[in-house]
Design a protein around this ligand. Structure first.
Ligand SMILES: C=CC1=C(C)c2cc3[nH]c(cc4nc(cc5[nH]c(cc1n2)c(C)c5CCC(=O)O)C(CCC(=O)O)=C4C)c(C)c3C=C
Ligand SMILES: [Fe+2]
Length: 440
């Protein structure tokens, strides 16, 4: 978590939410004992910013005080170090909503989101300082909790621009050509009520209640203008965007995010993630396209597969996360490498081979997905999976890789049930509202 990573600087953590408690310096042993927690992650930023060994002893920050600035060149929640919890919501604009109504909502959402990411309530009156005879402005469940690294990221779906709605909102001619419903892929079993949407908000935080509070209150502000179409909770990240935190694991038990585009890969971000400055339409310059896929994982079948089979399917080993061609987690896979018996070390249909840039004309994406568990189904099986989120400068990158995964061995154990694409505009400057370059 360095200054380089943009949204998540050590300084912003130090500045923290005003008045929130802060721990003093801890012993090295105490700090190392927290490895893998948000506390240790926050501490790394301090190490990076200091020169001498003595000073390198990290002053550990209360995770509640970690603040990622809302305003910036790009929206927070893309390259920001991936937080532990997700609450995602897709909305549809109501049939009665006018362009003016929507602009008012985007202004209100911007103001509220900016406050929330500082660990504040949606307005100054908040939950308890307003008139007692009126419902409070803020629902109150995150009072005194702090920011917990909350980021709030907004996106616009293709359906906002098309048909009668696009005309009514006056943006029918402002839809980027790339922003269209994703095609149906082999094996897709998509359910309409948990797919697509006119607008989306991705809230990520290191505390689940903080993420939930953000979506609850932003939805409440939208009442009468938009309605919630679908939501998704995620409890464990399945990707990282920084090299300082250990790679997390998905529900199949494998490290996920090893070969992700990292926040410090400036050239790769320009080439693969950010929409270029000369984009058409211009309002998308500096933005990105977000794909979400709700992927069910048949956990019980996977758990009955042998370790060798599980590793063959992924193409990496389950413990270290190293490619089956050898080395350690971050060693590049060698797809021509052979076992002693002459067979290929990495199966031609393994997930990592088919998803690798070498098999996709150099195409990459920034992944930011989360695990989810929604109880058990009628057969008593875990209703669980991976809410896959990825960012790219052009949705075609996702489409090409997903098409290349047609023969993926993993397909036997997963099922895509939800799908959406959103245009995520660039970040806002202070005083600007999200979508101003689209509606302004
Ligand atoms: C279309 C894009 C992708 C989907 C959908 C997808 C689903 C999915 N992936 C895993 C588990 C792993 N994926 C890994 C790597 C990996 N996956 C994709 C893309 C999609 N995955 C890419 C681009 C990559 C990187 C490939 C590379 O450059 O080497 C890995 C290995 C570790 C890592 O690099 O992250 C695992 C494990 C699951 C379980 C899943 C659906 C449920
Ligand atoms: Fe993958």
């Amino acid at each position: 978590m360095t200054e380089q990573s943009g949204q998540g600087s050590a300084r912003s953590q130090q500045d923290g939410a005003a008045g929130a408690p802060r721990f003093g310096r801890w012993s090295r042993r105490g700090v190392l004992g927290l490895a893998g927690t948000g506390v240790a992650g926050a501490a790394v930023g301090f190490v990076a910013g200091h020169a001498s060994v003595d000073e390198a002893m990290p002053a550990v920050v209360d995770p509640a005080t970690v603040v990622h600035p809302f305003h910036g060149e790009h929206q927070a929640g893309i390259t920001t170090p991936v937080q532990e919890h997700l609450y995602f919501a897709a909305f549809d604009v109501r049939d009665t909503t006018t362009r003016e109504d929507l602009v008012e909502l985007l202004k209100a959402w911007t103001e509220a989101a900016e406050r929330l990411t500082r660990g504040l309530e949606v307005t100054e009156d908040g939950a308890v300082d307003g008139p007692v005879l009126l419902p409070p402005d803020d629902t109150g469940e995150a009072q005194d909790m702090g920011a917990h690294a909350l980021t709030v990221t907004f996106g616009f779906g293709p359906s906002l621009f098309t048909g009668e709605k696009g005309k009514r909102l006056g943006i029918a001619d402002r839809r980027p050509a790339e922003l269209k419903k994703l095609p149906l892929f082999a094996f897709d079993l998509l359910e309409d009520p948990i797919s697509d949407g006119d607008l989306c908000i991705q809230a990520c935080a290191d505390d689940p209640q903080v993420a939930m509070h953000a979506i609850r209150n932003l939805s409440r502000i939208g009442f009468g203008t938009v309605r919630v179409r679908w939501t998704q909770l995620g409890f464990g990240k399945t990707a990282s965007t920084d090299r300082t935190t250990p790679t997390p694991r998905n529900l199949f038990g494998f490290k996920d995010g090893t070969a992700n585009v990292m926040a410090d890969e400036t050239a790769a971000l320009e080439e693969q993630v950010w929409v270029p400055d000369d984009a058409t339409p211009a309002w998308m310059a500096g933005g990105s396209y977000m794909v979400t896929r709700k992927i069910m994982m048949t956990i019980e079948s996977w758990d009955r597969a042998s370790l060798a089979e599980q590793q063959r399917v992924i193409g990496r080993d389950k413990g270290e996360g190293a490619p089956l061609s050898g080395g350690l987690e971050f060693t590049d896979p060698v797809f021509a490498a052979k076992n002693e018996d002459g067979s290929l070390a990495i199966d031609v249909d393994s997930h990592v081979r088919l998803a690798h840039p070498e098999m996709n004309n150099g195409t990459r994406m920034l992944r930011r997905g989360y695990n989810f568990v929604e109880g058990n189904n009628a057969l008593g099986q875990l209703s669980a999976g991976l809410f896959f989120i990825c960012f790219q400068r052009d949705p075609q990158q996702f489409i090409d890789i997903q098409n290349n995964l047609r023969g993926d061995l993993l397909n036997e154990y997963i099922r895509h049930v939800g799908s959406a694409l959103f245009a995520v505009p660039a970040g806002t400057a202070e005083g600007e509202y999200v979508g101003q370059r689209l509606f302004g």
